[in-house]
Write a protein that binds this ligand. Structure first.
Ligand SMILES: [Zn+2]
Ligand SMILES: [Zn+2]
Length: 116
């Protein structure tokens, strides 16, 4: 019997200079591509599709959406400041991704959801 399947695999495809929202300074990060691989007897042979890409900071190991590359220091400092809910106007701390008052998710959050 031939055992085949697929698995997710991460590969560093490049290095990017960016302004790290967590270090709050210029940093170098790995450009990581997550691909789904075809496996035969549990050995990954070749990528079938790209699942996603992200930037991982070399300094703090924080992971960020690719959009972080387009953000300036100013954009990031604004994103890290307390934010105002568009729905109800409540002021929320920067580390909450949804409104404390009405649970409305924050528009254009730069942080990946942490599901560990
Ligand atoms: Zn960092
Ligand atoms: Zn709200």
């Amino acid at each position: 019997m031939i055992i085949w399947g697929s698995c997710g695999k991460e590969k560093v495809v490049g290095q990017e200079d960016f302004f790290c929202p967590r270090c709050r300074s210029e940093a170098v990060g790995d450009h990581v591509r997550v691909s789904r691989y075809f496996t035969l007897y549990f050995i990954p042979l070749f990528p079938i599709s790209t699942v996603g890409e992200y930037i991982r900071c070399d300094e703090c190991e924080g992971t960020f959406e690719m959009d972080v590359l387009d953000l300036t220091q100013e954009d990031i400092e604004k994103a890290l400041a307390p934010w105002r809910c568009q729905q109800c106007g409540n002021n929320n701390p920067s580390d909450y991704s949804s409104c404390l008052a009405c649970k409305q998710p924050r528009a254009n959050s730069i942080f990946l959801e942490d599901d560990e």
